[in-house]
Design a binder for this molecule. Structure first.
Ligand SMILES: O=C(O)CCC(=O)C(=O)O
Ligand SMILES: [Fe+2]
Length: 309
């Protein structure tokens, strides 16, 4: 379901992701990063898991915590065993990390397939770029953010191909379709950017005034109004183009600038923190594609895709 005429952002709902499942996954994410309240998984596991995967917290800004794992690391962690405190048949048993954080993995899988489905539509128009979607698990990342009251996220475009995310446990995410800054590519080495600026999602900082910001909730509302059949019992997934898709499409589909604002106690009085789960698809060799130009027939395919309703 396209929520923007430039095809730079779409909203999809999958029968695999009910609102309850999204809620459970956010609770697991919160437990992993922070505490264990309202968590569907026994608390004793999280100390072990937290020690194993080390969420990132920038010392100067204690109000934001991030956990970032490549999809490859995620699948390795999922198979790892951790002690189960309950004795089974008299002997000490183990469980997999994956079974402990199952709701989170469910959501990650839906986010990944949503982002891939979006990307497939673009690659179908630009078949000579097909190589860019191989080995995506190497640098693509699952990011979990926890924002304490007062924390925010500066305006940026994600550097990868496409990002799929939930709206989060509280509002705050906003996007703009305005042009806010000159186009800039990521460094191209996702491993070094991970170390350098993990706190802000490896992003490219943008300075902007006078742009129109749309809260994620408003995007979702307007996309459900325009669609007939989509059921609202399923959680909406937002998919946004990143700057690498802007390169692949010769700037026809632009990376979507976004930010997180005003994280605090909200109207329903649920207290901060805000938690969100984000999956960003990143190519294995980004720099190889920086000079990519679609051929004429691909440009025409892209144009008709972009203008199709
Ligand atoms: O917290 C959010 O919803 C968005 C975070 C974000 O933009 C990112 O991780 O790149
Ligand atoms: Fe982002």
């Amino acid at each position: 379901m396209w929520s923007h005429s430039t095809k730079s952002l779409c909203i999809s709902r999958s029968a695999a992701l009910t609102q309850q499942r999204a809620h459970d996954a956010l609770a697991v994410a919160k437990a992993l990063l922070f505490g264990t309240d309202n968590c569907p998984v026994p608390s004793q596991h999280f100390n072990v898991v937290r020690d194993a995967i080390k969420p990132y917290q920038k010392p100067q800004q204690q109000r934001k915590v991030q956990l970032q794992l490549t999809l490859r690391e995620l699948s390795q962690f999922a198979q790892r065993t951790i002690p189960n405190d309950h004795m089974e048949g008299g002997s000490l048993s183990t469980v997999t990390f994956g079974s402990v954080v199952a709701p989170l993995l469910d959501v990650a899988a839906v986010l990944e397939s949503s982002a891939r489905a979006y990307l497939d539509k673009i690659i179908t128009c630009v078949p000579s770029a097909r190589g860019i979607v191989t080995n995506l698990d190497k640098h693509s990342v699952l990011r979990i953010w926890l924002y304490q009251e007062g924390a925010d996220c500066r305006t940026h475009c994600d550097p990868g191909l496409a990002t799929a995310l939930l709206q989060g446990s509280q509002s705050g995410l906003e996007v703009t379709f305005d042009e806010v800054a000159p186009f800039r590519l990521a460094s191209g080495d996702y491993r070094s950017t991970k170390r350098r600026s993990a706190l802000d999602g490896d992003d490219q900082s943008i300075s902007c005034d006078d742009v129109i910001w749309t809260p994620a909730e408003e995007l979702v509302r307007s996309s459900s109004l325009s669609s007939s059949g989509a059921s609202t019992e399923y959680e909406p997934v937002l998919i946004m183009a990143g700057t690498q898709t802007q390169v692949l499409t010769s700037h026809r589909i632009r990376g979507v600038p976004h930010r997180v604002v005003n994280v605090g106690p909200n109207a329903s009085c649920s207290a901060a923190p805000r938690v969100n789960i984000i999956l960003e698809l990143r190519p294995e060799f980004p720099k190889q594609w920086y000079g990519f130009e679609p051929v004429d027939s691909e440009m025409r395919s892209l144009d008709s895709f972009i203008h199709k309703h």
